[in-house]
Write a protein that binds this ligand. Structure first.
Ligand code: HEM
Length: 454
């Protein structure tokens, strides 16, 4: 018997289909599809057919088929105006050349260095906060994560010299992201993007030239890309810039959003927060450097970070274009359709996660290990070939921000009703005011802090 295409979720309007609702409230639309039809169903975005597939086995197929019958490159074409042919925007053979280079940038010994840099940057930010006050957490963490990325990826000297201008230009480029309009239309936002890219080229040009001339003087991420470019002629200056931009894009808003949510959800769950504070006190009290041995003992923070990945994923939908007809469950998805997985539903299946709506980081403790039931039941960082290269970097950064902030400050949420602000690149919390008060250091901690500061 020939299989049919998936059933359509209710509420499609003439011509536009579900496009308006998709823009307004995509998790609700997907939830309705799941309730009406189960784990495979269809939407219509104007004349584009989309299949949404839910559940660990479908998620597994989605990630494992990628680049064969499911193309990651095609749905993200609109990003090319920003990053050229960097990473998965490149044709597959070029992507396979670039991937080891990017993986190399996150190797263990490099990560140890990044974690040290993270602690310096976060500590400098905390020192600047004074003894008490209020901050808007989502915005502050956004800037903090930019500083971390700047120091780790551009190197502290370059970040200091051009960092803020770089990020302002980067914002202009990011604002021109548009999945619908041709990227060369004479619109103000596209002109601004082109001006920003030209200025970035002007700024980074001499920096790249200096690094090519004196590679032995530098040992950061930018230098690693440049060293690789010296051996690989396909990586010219434009590709160096595109790779930098692509990694900043992939890494900063996503990490900032989930880092802010980690603090917010911990503050909303005082019982679990107490466990976290006790663990910090035991493993890495104020003033103590978090070395790799201590890092792996901060389990309760790591589980909270993972629970945020589950409940507040920065990316709530991933897409592929079907290149050859493909089956999902009882249905056939024809070539030309889009296929999507949806974290916000896929992460809340009651047969995978007990009381799935509840913030309950202990579900990841070894005796429960709910995420180990199926390799693809948690996919906030994707899976398969394109699984996030920066996952460890991001998780370490979120742990460092949480630990350093909580061990030095008592925090209180002034804003109680933080919501999810959905963006094109990443979701994040709406503006959230947090009141802070510096903790009194215990004598031994004060001593350690003085020694660390010497
Ligand atoms: C909480 C923070 C982050 C989240 C939630 C996140 C999420 C994701 C997801 C879902 C994918 C897969 C996309 C797909 O399959 O369509 C991905 C890929 C990727 N991410 Fe991340 N990411 C984060 C942080 C970072 C950081 C810090 C970096 C690097 C600085 C990074 C670099 C990448 C790269 C290079 C890829 C593409 C991998 C490939 O195609 O080979 N990400 N990320």
């Amino acid at each position: 018997m020939t299989k049919s295409t998936p059933p359509m979720v209710s509420g499609a309007l003439p011509i536009v289909g579900h496009a308006a609702e998709f823009q307004r409230n995509r998790p609700e639309l997907v939830r309705r599809g799941f309730v009406e039809h189960g784990s495979v169903f269809a939407l219509k975005l104007a004349n584009q057919n989309v299949a949404v597939v839910i559940g660990p086995e479908n998620q597994k197929k989605f990630f494992m088929e990628t680049d064969g019958r499911l193309s990651i490159q095609e749905p993200y074409q609109f990003l090319k105006a920003m990053f050229g042919e960097a990473l998965f925007l490149a044709p597959h053979d070029k992507y396979l050349q670039q991937r080891p280079l990017v993986q190399e940038l996150f190797k263990r010994e490099k990560m140890l260095h990044y974690v040290d840099v993270m602690q310096e940057v976060v500590q400098a930010w905390l020192d600047g906060l004074g003894d008490s006050g209020e901050i808007e957490l989502a915005g502050e963490i956004g800037t903090l994560v930019q500083e971390v990325a700047g120091d780790c990826f551009l190197g502290p000297e370059v970040n200091k010299a051009v960092g803020r201008e770089f990020w302002d230009l980067y914002t202009d480029v990011g604002k021109a992201l548009d999945p619908l309009l041709p990227p060369d239309l004479p619109l103000p936002k596209f002109r601004k993007r082109d001006k920003a890219k030209a200025r970035m080229t002007e700024i980074l040009g001499p920096i790249i030239a200096e690094r090519r001339a004196n590679p032995e003087k530098y040992s950061d991420f930018l230098q690693d890309i440049i060293n690789r470019a010296e051996d690989d002629q396909s990586i010219d200056d434009e590709m160096v810039r595109n790779l930098l931009m692509a990694l900043m894009f992939a890494g900063h808003e996503t990490t900032a959003g989930q880092a802010a949510w980690t603090l917010i959800l911990l503050l909303k769950h005082p019982d679990y927060l107490q466990r976290v504070l006790a663990e910090i006190e035991e493993v890495a009290p104020a003033g103590v450097h978090i070395d790799p041995k201590r890092m792996v003992q901060l389990d309760h923070i790591a589980w909270a970070v993972r629970e945020v990945e589950r409940l507040r994923p920065s990316a709530d939908m991933l897409m592929r274009v079907v290149k050859e007809d493909i089956e999902f469950g009882d249905y056939i998805i024809p070539a030309g359709w889009l296929v999507q997985v949806a974290q916000e539903i896929g992460h809340k299946l009651p047969d995978q996660f007990a009381e799935p709506e509840r913030f309950d980081p202990l579900r990841f403790s070894p005796d429960r290990a709910e995420d180990k039931q199926h390799r693809f039941n948690l996919f906030g960082f994707g899976g398969g070939t394109h699984k996030c290269t920066g996952m460890n970097f991001a998780n370490n950064e979120m742990i460092v921000i949480t630990a350093l902030m909580l061990r030095q400050f008592e925090l209180e949420l002034v804003t109680q009703d933080t919501k999810i602000l959905r963006g094109l690149g990443a979701n994040k919390p709406t503006k959230t005011i947090v009141r802070y008060q510096r903790r009194e250091l215990a004598p031994v901690e004060a001593e350690l802090a003085t020694v660390a500061g010497d």
